[in-house]
Design a protein around this ligand. Structure first.
Ligand code: NAI
Length: 328
C-alpha cells in the first residue's frame, strides 16, 4: 500500500520498521498543494502534521486516498468534513500527552506575569541589573478562567491547584466529575471573562469557536488581566487583541499560536508590546514526539486491518461543506 508521510521529524526509521511491506514516501517538511497532489498520487494513506494543509481541492485531486492521518490533536488544517463526505477516514492523535501543552501554558503565564523575556534582555543585552521595571503579578489566590475543559484544559486545572489559584471554567460540555475533583465552577463565557485575572483557551478551532474571543469578549476581560492561547490563533480576534494590549486594557498575552503561522510577518500580534509568542512549541518535547508517532502508527495499522480508531470528532466539523459526489 502506498503511504505518504510529511513532516516526519527524523522518525523515518521508526516508520519503515512499522510498515515494512508498504511503499513509503517520506518528507522532512510540509508539502505544498501541488507537491501533495504529485507525491501522494495513488496513495491510500496520507499522514501529515499541522503545516501540511489538505483542502478540498487536494482531496478532489487524490481519488485513491482512503485515509488522512494527522499526528496532531487539532485538525483544522484539513477539510475534514469534506473528506469524510468523500468516504475518506480522517484520524488524529487525540492524546499524546495533554500535560505537555498545559505545562507550556504555565510557562507562558509565568513569563508574562513576571515579564521574564524583557527582564532577561535588560540584564544580558542592556547590562542593567535593576528590579524596578519588572514588578510582577502573583498567581496564588488569583482567578484562572479556563475556556475548554477537555484533555488539555483538565491538565491546566490540575496544575493551577498547585499554584493555589481559583479556577472558573466555560465549556459547552460540562465535566462535573472534574469540577468536583478540583473544586471549580462552570459558568457562562461572559462570567468567566468578567471574573478572571488570567484566561487560557483550550477549545478546538471550529466554525463555532472562530473569533470566540472577539472585541466584546476582550473588553469584558478585567483591566490588567493576561490572555494565554495555546489552541489556535483564529479563536481570538487578533486585531482586537492588539488594540486591547496597546490601550493597556490587558497586561499581556502569551501565545503559542497565531492565525497565520505560515506568514508571521503579517500577523498583528508579532511586534505587540506585552506579548510573548512561541512558534507552536507547546506539544514539542523530547518525550511527546515518540508517543505521537506511536499513536499515529497504531491508528494507521488499525485502519489497514479494517478497524477505524482515533477518527476526528464529527461534531466539530460544523458547517463543513459536503461534497457533491462520493469517490468511486
Ligand atoms: P479536547 O477535545 O479534549 O477538548 C476540547 C474541549 O473544548 C472539549 O471539552 C469541548 O467540549 C470544548 N469545546 C468544543 N467546542 C466548544 C465551544 N464551541 N465552546 C466551548 N467549549 C467547546 O481537546 P484538547 O486535547 O484539550 O485540545 C484542545 C486544543 O488544543 C486542540 O483542538 C488544539 O487546537 C490545541 N492544541 C495545541 C497544541 C500546541 O502545541 N499548541 C498541541 C495540542 C493541541
Amino acid at each position: 500500500m502506498k503511504m505518504v508521510f510529511t513532516e516526519v521529524m527524523g522518525y523515518q526509521e521508526m516508520l519503515r520498521t512499522a510498515f515494512p511491506h508498504d511503499e513509503l514516501v517520506m518528507f522532512d517538511g510540509p508539502l505544498s498543494e501541488e507537491e501533495l497532489v504529485r507525491e501522494a498520487k495513488n496513495a491510500r494513506v496520507l499522514s501529515v502534521f499541522i503545516r501540511t494543509r489538505i483542502d478540498e481541492e487536494v482531496i478532489d485531486r487524490l481519488p485513491k486516498l482512503a485515509m488522512i492521518n494527522t499526528r496532531s490533536v487539532g485538525f483544522d488544517h484539513i477539510a475534514a468534513g469534506y473528506a469524510v463526505g468523500r468516504g475518506i477516514a480522517v484520524t488524529h492523535v487525540p492524546d499524546y500527552g495533554p500535560h505537555v501543552v498545559a505545562e507550556h501554558v504555565f510557562c507562558l503565564l509565568l513569563a508574562c506575569a513576571r515579564d521574564l523575556i524583557a527582564a532577561d534582555r535588560s540584564v544580558r543585552k542592556e547590562k542593567r541589573f535593576d528590579f524596578e521595571p519588572f514588578m510582577g503579578l502573583e498567581l496564588k489566590d488569583k482567578v484562572l478562567g479556563v475556556i475548554g475543559t477537555g484533555k488539555i484544559g483538565a491538565e491546566v486545572v490540575r496544575i493551577a491547584q498547585g499554584f493555589g489559584m481559583t479556577v472558573v471554567a466555560f465549556d459547552i460540555v460540562r465535566n462535573e466529575k472534574l469540577a468536583r475533583k478540583y473544586g471549580f465552577s462552570y459558568m457562562s463565557l461572559d462570567e468567566v471573562l468578567d471574573l478572571s485575572d488570567f484566561v487560557t483557551i483550550h477549545v478546538p478551532l471550529t466554525p463555532d469557536t472562530e473569533n470566540l474571543i472577539d472585541r466584546d469578549a476582550l473588553a469584558r476581560m478585567k483591566r490588567g488581566s493576561i490572555l494565554i492561547n495555546t489552541s489556535r490563533g483564529s479563536i481570538v480576534d487578533e486585531h482586537a487583541l492588539r488594540e486591547a494590549l496597546d490601550m493597556g486594557h490587558l497586561a499581556g498575552a502569551g501565545l503559542d499560536v497565531i492565525s497565520d503561522e505560515s506568514d508571521p510577518a503579517g500577523d498583528p500580534m508579532v511586534g505587540a508590546e506585552g506579548t510573548i509568542i512561541t512558534p507552536h512549541i507547546a506539544f514539542y518535547t523530547r518525550e511527546s514526539l515518540s508517543r505521537m508517532f506511536d499513536r499515529s502508527i497504531e491508528t494507521i495499522r488499525s485502519f489497514t486491518a479494517g478497524k477505524r480508531i482515533n477518527e476526528v470528532p464529527r461534531e466539530y466539523m460544523g458547517r463543513a461543506r459536503v461534497p457533491a459526489a462520493p469517490h468511486d
